[in-house]
Write a new protein. Structure first.
Length: 307
């Protein structure tokens, strides 16, 4: 089957699922998502070995039975999230806001940046439900710019971009032109949404993550140094009832005045990576362990561990 035809059939499947999830009550939707996750973990076993290997690296103290249990819960979580995302394009603003508890004080850092019109770098991870987080920020009236990673299937990619744009998010494509647009967005006092928790290759900055060197893209820290925009960590965690709780924190960095730009970028990257790890440890089943996070390693045994 040709690639174009394959992409068309894949997108037809997406359109079919869109119609199914629109009709399901939320509790049925979540139950179906959990079943889909169990099936993928136990039967299809898609990236199961990668997931369990990552968990063993991150939690060497945990027995195999617990590692397997976290892995299974992870697949259930992302089964639910996948179906939730398909419902997002047709969800009303009030329905989205009702699913997320941004209780007293949770948005203080965001509100301060918004009122001061300073712009901000919004950091999150492939954790909880980052798609709902971006949509929620836009629904609350924050000027959000989302860094878009194009999908292999062009039909799916257009659907994702249209969904985000319809929700009020400005889209910025990755790449050299995108870097200039990100700096411009920050200087225009927008909130730029970045997920810096996946392997950035040999050219990334290596900092500790679960006790192992992990490659992190330098972009978020470099933008902070260049524009002086604050970095706000936002985490949307799934609660036991299936809805979400929001946690936000303006990250502070102990940067010496004598440091050069590169030293500052390394320290900022190490600091926010440690903050992301903290939240993953609280709810490990909600992070995307299916990704080869430690795929690339430094050329030598020496790593950047912060300054």
């Amino acid at each position: 089957m040709g690639r174009k035809l394959k992409h068309i059939f894949e997108f037809i499947g997406v359109l079919f699922l869109l119609q199914v999830v629109r009709l399901l009550p939320r509790r049925w939707l979540l139950a179906l998502g959990r079943a889909l996750g169990r099936f993928t973990f136990s039967v299809l076993r898609i990236r199961r070995e990668v997931t369990l290997e990552n968990l063993e690296k991150a939690f060497p103290e945990k027995p195999a039975e617990e590692i397997n249990d976290i892995g299974k819960k992870c697949y259930k979580h992302f089964g639910m999230m996948a179906l939730e995302y398909l419902r997002l394009h047709s969800m009303k603003r009030d329905g989205l806001l009702a699913l997320i508890d941004g209780g007293t004080g949770a948005t203080a850092a965001l509100d301060r940046a918004y009122k001061e019109k300073s712009g901000a770098i919004i950091l999150t991870a492939h954790f909880g439900n980052w798609e709902y987080l971006g949509a929620w920020l836009a629904a609350k009236g924050y000027p959000v710019s989302f860094i878009n990673q194009p999908q292999n299937n062009p039909h799916t990619d257009r659907f994702i971009q249209r969904t985000r744009a319809d929700l009020g998010m400005q889209m910025i494509e990755r790449g050299s032109m995108g870097l200039r647009l990100i700096v411009r967005a920050l200087r225009e006092r927008r909130m730029v949404f970045i997920l810096p928790d996946q392997d950035a290759g040999r050219d990334g900055i290596f900092v500790p993550f679960f006790g192992r060197p992990a490659s992190v893209a330098r972009g978020a820290a470099a933008f902070a140094v260049k524009t002086a925009a604050p970095i706000i960590l936002c985490v949307l965690s799934r609660r036991s009832d299936g809805d979400y709780s929001l946690t936000t924190e303006k990250l502070e960095f102990d940067l010496a005045s004598t440091w050069n730009e590169e030293q500052k970028i390394i320290e900022i990257t190490a600091r926010y990576t440690k903050a992301i790890e903290y939240h993953i440890r609280l709810c490990p089943e909600q992070w995307f362990w299916l990704h080869r996070r430690w795929k690339n390693q430094p050329q030598t045994t020496e790593t950047h561990a912060g300054l």
